[in-house]
Design a binder for this molecule. Structure first.
Ligand SMILES: [Zn+2]
Length: 413
């Protein structure tokens, strides 16, 4: 079973827009109401049984069970009779809204952080139609239950053999732009390509966006930088306006639109880079992102982290689509090890050169890291029962190698 998410821009007419906004607001209230119920129940269990609760406003008898997903979902039909507003919404959309709260809650229990929060006005930006009996998408429209036919820009067709599983309706840029994320599914299983062809390792960095083990590199694009500084100007202008005034709202929309534009431009850059890597090699190794935070003591690390994460998942997807092999390797110490003699060479972040005191190997810091990624990737490929093995001597020198001969030789052993 293969599942993909395709995002398309939609253009609801003014009536549809206000309907979608109404739905989002009702969903928000349902979400907050259900969360309130959950929080009250939890609060009522906190006070000791033999004492009268003085601080607690709500006293819920001990026999009342926890408001589980099933209970809250079952309560929806009754609530609809009381609040006719709820009945205007497609019932499955309401159910998935409650489901969303419980997904957050269950994740919180697993990881013990990220307790579900109340959504403020305007913070609830999407809802989901979880089921479709027939294909709702034509070349220029998508049929959304109870909302009607909405114009869609189908910039790429839904591939043959896939069926529409669910549709998420999503607002961007403060309810001025609209999208649908269509989840499509196919029974056809596409096997992951085996490692083959030319292999490289890549290192992501701040100075250059990407350095490969064959010493090719991709610069950080200038247009993103200039867009970022434009964003700063707009944000400064917004901060000078009176909060919630008409001009403030207008400026906010401008900021939100630019954010959105930057995100799109970045995705575009990431996709192009991923495609050009696939032209360069058929087997690609990359560092897994360091879960502790980037090990290189970087500025604005959350921002960079998120961008690298996005690039790696797009790269994985592009590799899969183009039949290339992709694999992540452990990031620990890649920038502190000499790729030639494997000696530990510690260097501060400011030091951009790698110069090995043992073997005298000299190259740029990022290139040395990429070569280490490459070597680790190859190590992971070797089946364990082959025991000791050595790379052909030319591998390390070129930082890229053809795997085909090497793998077939190893398989014969
Ligand atoms: Zn060395």
């Amino acid at each position: 079973m293969l599942t993909l998410n395709y995002t398309y821009r939609i253009y609801p007419d003014p009536a549809q827009q206000s309907l979608i906004q109404d739905w989002l607001e009702t969903c928000r209230q349902v979400y907050n109401y259900s969360l309130r119920e959950m929080k009250d129940w939890l609060a009522s269990r906190k006070s000791l049984i033999d004492r009268c609760s003085l601080e607690k406003e709500y006293i819920i008898p001990a026999i009342v069970p926890f408001p589980s997903y099933q209970r809250q979902q079952d309560a929806l039909p009754k609530a609809k009779k009381k609040f006719p507003r709820l009945a205007e919404i497609h019932s499955q959309v309401l159910q998935t809204t409650v489901r969303r709260l419980h997904d957050t809650w269950e994740n919180f229990q697993k990881r013990s952080f990220g307790f579900p929060r109340f959504k403020k006005l305007g913070q609830f930006k999407s809802f989901v139609f979880p089921q479709f009996k027939t294909n709702p998408v034509t070349n220029f429209q998508i049929k959304l239950p109870k909302i009607g036919d909405v114009a869609i820009r189908l910039h790429r067709p839904i591939p043959d053999g896939f069926i529409v599983k669910q549709v998420r309706v999503l607002s961007k840029a403060r309810f001025t732009q609209w999208y649908v994320v269509i989840t499509i599914e196919s029974d056809v299983s596409v096997p992951k390509a085996p490692a083959h062809g030319r292999a490289i390792g890549i290192d992501l960095g701040l100075e250059r966006f990407l350095t490969a083990s064959d010493n090719s590199s991709v610069e950080r694009p200038k247009f993103l930088k200039s867009l970022q500084s434009r964003l700063k100007v707009l944000q400064r202008r917004t901060s000078r306006k009176k909060r919630h005034s008409l001009n403030w709202e207008k400026a906010q929309i401008k900021v939100a639109k630019l954010h959105h534009h930057i995100a799109n431009t970045r995705i575009d850059f990431h996709l192009k880079t991923a495609h050009s890597l696939c032209e360069q090699a058929q087997t690609i190794f990359a560092e897994d992102l360091n879960p502790v935070g980037l090990n290189r003591g970087m500025l604005k690390k959350e921002c960079v982290d998120a961008s690298f994460g996005q690039f790696l998942s797009l790269l994985e997807w592009v590799c899969w689509k183009r039949g290339a092999y992709f694999s992540k390797v452990s990031p620990y110490g890649t920038s502190q090890t000499c790729p030639k003699c494997k000696v530990h060479v510690s260097k501060p972040l400011s030091q951009r050169e790698h110069l090995c005191p043992e073997c005298g190997y000299q190259t740029s810091r990022d290139h040395a890291a990429a070569e280490m990624v490459f070597l680790r990737g190859l190590e992971n490929l070797v089946p364990k029962d082959f025991g000791e093995w050595k790379l052909p001597s030319n591998t390390v020198l070129s930082g890229a190698m053809s795997l085909d001969k090497w793998l077939s030789r190893n398989a014969q052993m």
